[in-house]
Every structure is written in C-alpha cells, then in structure tokens.
Design a protein around this ligand. Structure first.
Ligand SMILES: Cc1cc2nc3c(=O)[nH]c(=O)nc-3n(C[C@H](O)[C@H](O)[C@H](O)COP(=O)(O)O)c2cc1C
Length: 194
C-alpha cells in the first residue's frame, strides 16, 4: 500500500506538558486537541502529564505509566504543548518523555510553544529539539506559537484570537504529511543492515 492510498486513520495524541496549578497551557492543549479532532483521517486524545502515574525515584522504564507507554506505542505522531519556563521546558515533561524510548522511533512530533511573553515559546521549542531528536522522534519544521497566551484565551478557556485556527491548520498539514510518510517508512522501508 502506498502512502497515497493508505486510508487508515493516523493516531496523534496531544500531550499537555505542565502540571502547574492555573496553567494557561491547558487552554491551548484543549484547543489544539479539539482542532486536531476535526481533521478527517486523524484520531487523537489528550494526554495530561498531571494524570500520569510516574515514579519520581526511578527513571526510564522503571518510572513509566503503562497506559502512556501504550498510547505512545500506538501513536503515529505526537503534538507537545509546552510552556516556556525560564526559556526551558518543564522538568516533569522531560521526566515523562524519558520514560519511553523505542516507542518514539521514526515518528513525527510537532511542538506548540506557550508563553506569557511575545515570542510564542520559540525559545523553549529550540531547547526541546535536541531532546526530541535523541528520543528518535522526527520534528516538523512548523510550530504552534502561542504568545501572550493570557490574551489569546478568556477566563473560560475560549479562544479570543481566531487567527490561531488558520495557523494551526498549516502546522497540522505539515505534521500529518510527516506522520504519513514515516508510517509508510516504518512499515515498508527496511533499515540498511537490519
Ligand atoms: C517558572 C516559570 C518561568 C517562566 N518563564 C518564562 C519565560 O522564560 N518566558 C515567558 O515568556 N514566559 C515565562 N513564564 C510564563 C509562562 O510562559 C506563562 O505562565 C504561560 O502562561 C505558560 O505557562 P503555563 O501553562 O504554566 O501558564 C514562566 C512561568 C513560570 C511559572
């Protein structure tokens, strides 16, 4: 089956990457998840790292939440919604990502950066890229950038700036293309030397 004729839905979970009380990233993650769920040919689910049962006294496989690992194993791609904390990513997101490894390999990932400041989380995204690469994920060259997030949503979490719908569409198109290509590659293209 070619990537062009493959009609199976892609599974693309959205990961909410902070546990902070009052997190604005939750509004972003719910919006991103809802927009992604509207796309034909895509199945999604919202993964809140606050809900994961991870050990804090172990790492890797020893700390994992089995359901999260199964979700990542089933996924064709991931969307990470990541707030910028001192230009970096939340430590608990890194801990959650570190609990899996082979489940990520040759899968697509896109990042939505969230910041109170004007740069839409670009600095956290840049800092996260080497981590994602080391996990075996393949990053797309388009991001979601939610700057001045406190103005982009009202107190109930409703979007106040409709331009984000169009911006996300561009991001999703790139992510879906990469997810399809990589699924085709995982299933049909052998790695030289095995
Ligand atoms: C510890 C910490 C550090 C932060 N550092 C930055 C920063 O470097 N740049 C920025 O634009 N906003 C920064 N913020 C603001 C967050 O980007 C802001 O809270 C935004 O709403 C996303 O995070 P949230 O989902 O936790 O709300 C910081 C917030 C916290 C809690």
């Amino acid at each position: 089956m070619s990537a062009r004729t493959d009609t199976r839905p892609l599974f693309i979970p959205v990961v909410l990457g902070t546990v902070r009380q009052g997190r604005m990233s939750e509004h972003v993650a719910r919006f991103v998840h809802a927009e992604l769920a509207k796309r034909p040919g895509v199945e999604t689910e919202l993964v809140d790292i606050r809900e994961l049962k991870l050990s804090n006294t172990d790492e890797g496989g020893g700390a994992r939440d089995v359901r999260f690992t199964e979700t990542v194993a089933r996924a064709d791609a991931l969307v990470l919604v990541v707030p910028e904390y001192n230009h970096g990513y939340p430590g608990l997101l890194k801990h959650a990502l570190d609990t899996n490894l082979k489940e990520y390999i040759h899968k697509a990932v896109g990042v939505c950066g969230v910041s109170a400041g004007p740069f839409g989380g670009t600095r956290v995204i840049e800092n996260l890229l080497p981590v994602l690469r080391e996990l075996g994920l393949v990053t797309v060259f388009w991001d979601g950038n939610f700057s001045s997030v406190q103005k982009a949503f009202d107190a109930e979490g409703n979007l106040t700036d409709a331009a984000y719908v169009r911006r996300l569409d561009k991001f999703f198109r790139e992510l879906v293309w990469m997810a399809k290509v990589l699924r085709h590659g995982r299933e049909h293209v052998a790695l030289e030397g095995g």
